[in-house]
Each structure stands twice: as structure tokens, then as C-alpha cells.
Design a binder for this molecule. Sequence first.
Ligand code: FE2
Length: 201
Amino acid sequence: MSFELPPLPYAKTAFGELISEATFNFHHGKHHNAYVTKTNDAIEGTDHAGKKLSEIIKAADGGLFNNAAQVWNHSFYWLCLSPAKKEMPAELKSRIEADFGSVEDFKEKFKAEAVGHFASGWAWLVLNGDKLEITSLHDADSPVAHDMKPLLTIDVWEHAYYLDYQNARPDYVSALLDNAIDWDFVAQNLDGEGVSRADQG
Ligand code: FE2
């Protein structure tokens, strides 16, 4: 049994200019797909064959870690996005207000983390114990490897935004945070319900 590229949960044209069809063609169809293929090639005939993706991420290092973690991170990222603008569910909103002051303060802090992250990586909202925290991880690194409970991510590798925003990472992050986040999915991750959807195996 091998891992598969999960289908996008929306049409590639659904986001209009926010995220173009061309970006989905490359980001999902080429980059994400390549991580899946390389993970499958690396585990074939090894003790990792048959394990869950999250188990491989926790056990592996080097190239296999990078490819498996990138499969998981991208599967999670697609689920964090919504082509229809969504309202934040009340429970999530009150948790954000309790830990960051206001939704606007949260967005500013998340944006600063995402924009300030040097080179390739991912910005994350995670649940650490009972507290919401904003952090970022380098390259392929994933909360799965650190026993963090991920709620939301934005991919800040250039391949995520270069076709639509060129080098303007702040514009990309703002556009997504203000218009294209599936806050229902983020809220589901408070109890881990959504996280398992990014796993495979
Ligand atoms: Fe990516």
C-alpha cells in the first residue's frame, strides 16, 4: 500500500485571483505530488512500508522525513483553505480573543510570524496545552514531529505564492488570512477532529 495525492477539496479555479489555477497546478499537481512519489519510493521494501504517514514522520530523518512531512503539511494546508469566505465559529473566536486580545491582533501576529520567517517553511497556529500559540517551522518541519496540536497553517515556501504574488509574501499571507481560511476546519482541530484528515495509511 502506498500513499496517494489527496484530491483538492475544491476546484482549482475556485479562489479566482487569490490563488490561481496555475498555482494549484504546480503546487498541488507537481510539488505535493512529487513529495508523495518520493515518500513512496523511499519506504518501498523497508520497515516503514504499511505505517501511517504520521508514524513515518516521527520515526524518519533526512530525505524521508522531509518528503513525508511535506506530504502531511500540504494535505493539512489544503484543508485550511476555503474559497467561500467563512465566519469564525464562536468557540474559536473566544479562544483567540482570550489568548491574543482580538481577532485582528491574532491576524497581525500570525502575519508577522509568516512574513518574518526566513526562507522556506510554514507558519502555524497550534494548541500547546490549553493555550493557542503562533509559531513557524523551517523547510519541511511539521508539528506532527513535535507533538504540537496544529490548528492552522500557511505555506510560506515561495512555490506557494510566487506565481500570483511574486515576492510579496505579506500580500499573500494577508489575502489568505482575510479571505480564504476555513475557520470551521481550524475550529475542528481544537479537539483533533480535523487533524486526522491530513494523515494517511
Ligand atoms: Fe508548498
